[in-house]
Design a protein around this ligand. Structure first.
Ligand code: SAM
Ligand code: ZN
Length: 320
């Protein structure tokens, strides 16, 4: 059982972000008073009252408040709480369950030492934890010893994620250098977040998988056409090309549904959680003020990737 009030104290795969940058990769342990995580070099990271830990060294901060700001985080939380994106959660949970059942025995009946093999999942760019929490809750009944990590560079997002569920291990960190031991993870999910293929490959076990949810070309197109004269198209070839040196695409599922919105509150909540809210003029946004009905398409790709074996990767890089 995890010691103390929060599962973060039992997290076994954490590395010190300060030692890691000097290539010595010290493990982080709970301090004696269980109020912080500490490495053998005595670098200490306090556990905040909401239960998250900030593992982002100042030298990795490109701005004072990196990532999404509090307003964006709360807007996303409000819209996701309305339930319109449930089909995305369902698709993610179903495919993650399929992957784990192919690679793991269910741990409900295992002894403590066997439970070492319990699955480890990581949400890279977890935001306010909507998908992290829902996926954890979907998997936990079959895998009670499941470890779930959520990483995001935005502190306001990580605070919300940690508040959702004490079983989530939430950290402020850049996904460019995630302070987790190599080959620890069975599953990495990345939902509408930036990609870091080499880092994701390092973190995954050879049998692990990466699940990506990204916008397809018709995603929210009715909303976009109300706001813009021309809408730019998502370049899937470019996206797949950036993955190619570290991952092989193993499955692709299109999640396509129409959200029938019947009140202005929901329509404005959708707008507020998209990047379009920040990009469009006040005049364009004003058009949405009196709309009470809108049918908006969800068009999302669930892409599942297998990490390339380093030997195969070398051969590819040499062109053999
Ligand atoms: C569009 S939001 C998606 C959040 C969440 N996955 C969801 O779908 O609700 C993208 C997230 O990526 C985070 N992010 C951006 N750059 C990052 C980086 N270098 N490292 C970690 N997180 C980053 C942002 O702070 C933001 O929370
Ligand atoms: Zn250290």
């Amino acid at each position: 059982m995890a010691p103390g009030p929060h599962s973060i104290l039992g997290a076994k795969h954490l590395l010190c972000p300060l030692c890691e940058t000097s290539n010595t990769a010290e493990v982080l342990h709970p301090s004696t008073d269980q109020r912080s995580l500490v490495c053998a070099q005595n670098h200490t990271f306090d556990i905040a009252k909401q239960g998250y830990v900030n593992l982002l060294p100042v030298q990795q901060k490109k701005s004072l408040t990196p990532g999404d700001n509090k307003e964006m985080v709360l807007a996303r939380k409000k819209f996701l709480g309305l339930g319109y994106y449930q089909p995305l959660v369902d698709a993610l949970a179903e495919n993650c369950t399929q992957h784990l059942s192919a690679t793991h025995v269910q741990t409900a009946h295992l002894s403590t030492s066997q439970a070492e093999a319990a699955p480890v999942i990581l949400d890279a760019g977890c935001g306010e934890g909507y998908y992290t929490d829902n996926l954890h809750n979907a998997l936990a009944p079959q895998y009670p010893d499941l470890t779930t990590y959520g990483f995001d560079i935005a502190k306001p997002a990580v605070i919300e994620a940690a508040k959702r569920n004490k079983s989530l291990n939430c950290f402020v960190s850049t996904i460019k250098a995630i302070p987790i031991a190599s080959q620890s993870c069975d599953l990495i999910i990345s939902v509408f977040s930036p990609m870091q293929p080499s880092e994701f490959q390092r973190l995954l076990k050879p049998s692990g998988t990466l699940m990506v949810l990204c916008a397809g070309k018709n995603h929210l197109h009715q909303l976009k056409s109300l706001l813009y004269d021309n809408t730019s198209e998502y370049d899937e070839d470019k996206f797949l090309a950036q993955m190619d040196s570290h991952f092989t695409l193993s499955k692709r599922i299109a999640i396509q549904q129409t959200m029938a919105m019947h009140n202005n509150h929901d329509i404005l909540s959708l707008l507020a959680m998209t990047p379009h809210f920040w990009r469009t003029s006040p005049e364009a946004k004003k058009q949405l003020d009196c709309i009470q009905q809108l049918a908006v398409d969800i068009d999302v790709q669930l892409l599942q990737f297998a990490p390339k074996h380093p030997a195969a990767q070398d051969a590819n890089n040499r062109g053999t």
